[in-house]
Design a protein around this ligand. Structure first.
Ligand SMILES: [Mg+2]
Length: 231
């Protein structure tokens, strides 16, 4: 019996990665005098991942990583104007309108109608994620909102225990195999993978094809059928 359904936020309910792609592209253009585009993107990703333990996930850490990488690749010669543009882009990203993915509002409302506990479990900057949820227009559809710094099996167990919900009775819906699917299965729960157009390198992982509590859907419209089958 399923008593709770949890959703991831970024690239599951609303578009997120495209903002980072656009900023990475501008980063490559501005730093073209110092390095080629592929090497710049690779260097930026490596800096971001190296900084995760200190900055956590989110736009502010991304901006600091752009600045750090720019100073490195330019040998300290990057103009202040370029640094200023990175800061401006970060503010633009933080204030950007929230665009929902297709069928999201309907799917979350339909899940609510099942009478289960509806949760949002998302990772990143607290302030940014709260602001995005408010701008999404979905806030009142969730019974529980958890903004966490990392999504591992321990996180899911803790979050669900706080609500008095057993992982075995919970379905997590998300775009990341690494953050939404594998740790949820490890905690004993169910996981529905809804892949996004593209995944950040750090989130790559092999899908647990064949796992008894794993399902994969191609769009939010397919969620109701999968939940019926699980129930
Ligand atoms: Mg996500």
């Amino acid at each position: 019996m399923i008593t709770a359904i949890a959703f991831d936020g970024d690239d599951t309910l609303w578009h997120n990665e495209p903002l980072f792609w656009a900023s990475t592209q501008r980063f490559q253009e501005l730093l073209a005098p110092y390095s080629d585009p592929a090497a710049l993107a690779e260097r930026l990703t490596a800096t971001e991942i190296a900084n995760l333990g200190l900055f956590g996930y989110g736009i502010k850490g991304f901006v600091l990583s752009m600045i750090e990488t720019a100073i490195q690749v330019s040998g300290g010669q990057v103009p202040n104007g370029v640094i200023q543009e990175f800061l401006d882009r970060g503010k633009h990203m933080l204030a950007h309108p929230v665009h929902l993915l297709d069928g999201v509002a309907e799917a979350v409302a339909a899940v609510r109608a099942r009478g289960v506990t509806v949760m949002l479990i998302t990772k990143g900057d607290l302030f940014d994620q709260e602001s995005k949820l408010a701008r999404s227009g979905l806030a009142e559809l969730f019974d529980v909102v958890e903004i966490v710094s990392e999504k591992d099996a321990g996180t899911y167990k803790r979050v669900l225990a706080r609500q008095g919900i057993a992982p075995e009775q919970t379905v997590m819906v998300g775009n990341s195999v690494r953050s939404d699917v594998l740790p949820m299965l490890e905690s004993g729960g169910w996981a529905v993978h809804l892949p996004y157009a593209s995944t950040w390198v750090h989130e790559h992982a092999d899908a647990p094809t064949g796992h008894a509590r794993y399902r994969r859907i191609g769009g939010m419209a397919e969620l109701a059928g999968v939940l019926d089958a699980i129930a």
